[in-house]
Design a protein around this ligand. Structure first.
Ligand SMILES: *Cc1c(COP(=O)(O)O)cnc(C)c1O
Length: 467
């Protein structure tokens, strides 16, 4: 019997591995450091396996080690963050990167990334300008607000607003609105970070105007309304409308702040789909400050949009936190391009993927589903059967939990492998395909597929079923 010590002694030295022709050839694509680190990792891996296993059976000859190394280096060269195909029908899927950008936004990022820009230069005077100026006017004209500021994300926006307007003071908020957004972002925790003291009023299901009124003290600095975008309290409920909060705030000279979560700039009701308060409605109702996300229903890049009274926004701009939360130039480029699409609402609906998917015509989805199902049945062999059925898509992204949008699904059943195995295989292909499983069938929702995705799915299926 070969002892473990004997096996360990057989392992080649790193220097010997590095001398191999196959490894030397890699020096064109990998630095010496990476190659020798990888050799070390591979040998160490084998050493640990020898010491662990009862009976070690892996080959440890030089050729096997070299080929392990080549594989590992090729793995290292592959991107970890990559495109995936979203067949889930969840339009703003947090795990899949939320909003997909419009083409013009992608183009703007490319332009600004690859060139110098007037990021902080006023081209008229030749003097120093601010990065915020490029989008402020647009945001204001699209929301009806007096002033605007964009930051890194909406969590940052909430932090900045509270830190600027309520540090060391009290903020009144309804118990029904103390939300956790996900990724452990909780409104009460952000308050603590901002230095504001939270005064909770009302109960989980009902809060009345008088609850706010009774909680007001000379320390009150803000009345806060948080849009409960990721859950819904239904049944015996009462929430104070923003217009009533505004009335109370005006009476007592206390600003009213609404965190809308999703940044909606078009009235979706017109398109017969969902109802979600727009930023303009909130500003129109008299909110002094409103914040929302850039990459939820707004359909742009990750950002936080703050709009409201000029004097309050001006204070925020002077807060040192603004520098820590500042929006980067690529995001700003995408933000501006996305905002420009909203100048013409029809164009926004057509070109911003999030809006296009939400308002997508049922007939169109049905036709795509039928086409995809027919192609699968025709091209992917007898181990798989696709049918079309009615179902629901979701807006997602911590937005509109209740809003299911009717859709048409392609339901795939398999005979050779389990549906779980099929889901896993699709998820591990390149590009990965993410789909839902329901009742032993894999569901593909054409609503969230982008151009060319159907063809890729069919090719993947052919590979999996070896057609
Ligand atoms: C999503 C959300 C946030 C956080 O926004 P991010 O852009 O993810 O930082 C804050 N408040 C509400 C109400 C939200 O829905």
């Amino acid at each position: 019997m070969v002892t473990k010590q004997h096996l360990l002694r057989q392992l080649p030295a790193i220097s010997v591995i590095l001398e191999q022709e196959a490894i030397k050839k890699l020096t064109g694509s990998f630095s010496h450091q990476v190659i020798s680190d990888t050799a070390g990792e591979v040998v160490q891996g084998i050493r640990e396996a020898i010491l662990e296993e009862g009976e070690f059976t892996h080959p440890i000859d030089l050729d096997s080690i070299v080929s392990l190394m080549v594989n590992r280096l090729q793995e290292k060269a592959k991107p970890k963050l990559k495109k995936v195909i979203n067949a889930t029908g969840i339009i703003l899927h947090t795990n899949l990167g939320r909003a997909v950008l419009a083409q013009s936004a992608v183009k703007a990022i490319e332009d600004i990334a690859a060139n110098y820009s007037n990021l902080e230069l006023d081209l008229t005077t030749g003097e120093r300008g601010t990065r915020y100026s490029h989008v402020e006017e647009l945001v204001c004209s699209l929301t009806g607000a007096e002033a605007a500021l964009v930051v890194n994300n909406n969590a940052g926006a909430v932090l900045l607003v509270l830190s600027t307007l309520a540090k060391d003071k009290e903020v009144i908020v309804s118990r029904g609105q103390l939300v956790e957004i996900g990724g452990s972002f909780r409104i009460p925790d952000v308050m603590t970070q901002s230095g504001a003291a939270l005064v909770e009023v009302g109960t989980t299901n009902k809060t009345h105007l008088r609850d706010y009124e009774q909680a007001m003290t000379d320390q009150t600095s803000l009345l806060l309304k948080v849009h409960t975008s990721n859950y819904k309290i239904i049944g015996f409920t009462a929430e104070v409308p923003i217009s009533d909060l505004v009335k109370l705030g005006r009476e007592k000279n206390i600003p009213v702040y609404e965190d809308l979560g999703s940044g909606v700039l078009v009235d979706f009701v017109k398109y017969g789909v969902i109802h979600e308060p727009t930023v303009r409605e909130s500003i129109g109702a008299g909110a002094d400050v409103v914040t929302c996300s850039g990459d939820k229903l707004f359909g742009g890049p990750q950002a936080g949009i703050i709009v409201g009274r000029a004097d309050l926004i001006s204070k925020m701009k002077k807060n040192p936190l603004t520098r820590a939360l500042r929006i980067d130039k690529l995001t700003l480029a995408a933000m501006e391009a996305t905002l420009r699409l909203y100048i013409d609402e029809d164009r926004a609906i057509r070109e911003i993927p999030t809006l296009r998917m939400i308002t997508m015509d049922g007939e169109l989805i049905s036709a795509s589903a039928k086409r995809l199902a027919a192609d699968i049945n025709k091209q992917c062999g007898s181990g798989i059967k696709a049918t079309v059925e009615d179902g629901y898509s979701q807006v997602g992204g911590g937005a509109l939990p209740e809003e299911n949008i009717p859709t048409c699904l392609v339901a795939i059943s398999t005979s050779d492998i389990s549906v779980n195995a099929l889901e896993e295989s699709l998820r591990q292909m390149d590009p990965p395909v993410l789909a839902r499983i329901q009742k032993e069938r894999l569901l593909i929702d054409p609503r969230t597929l982008l151009a060319g995705d159907s063809e890729i799915i069919i090719n993947h299926l052919k590979k999996i079923f070896e057609i």
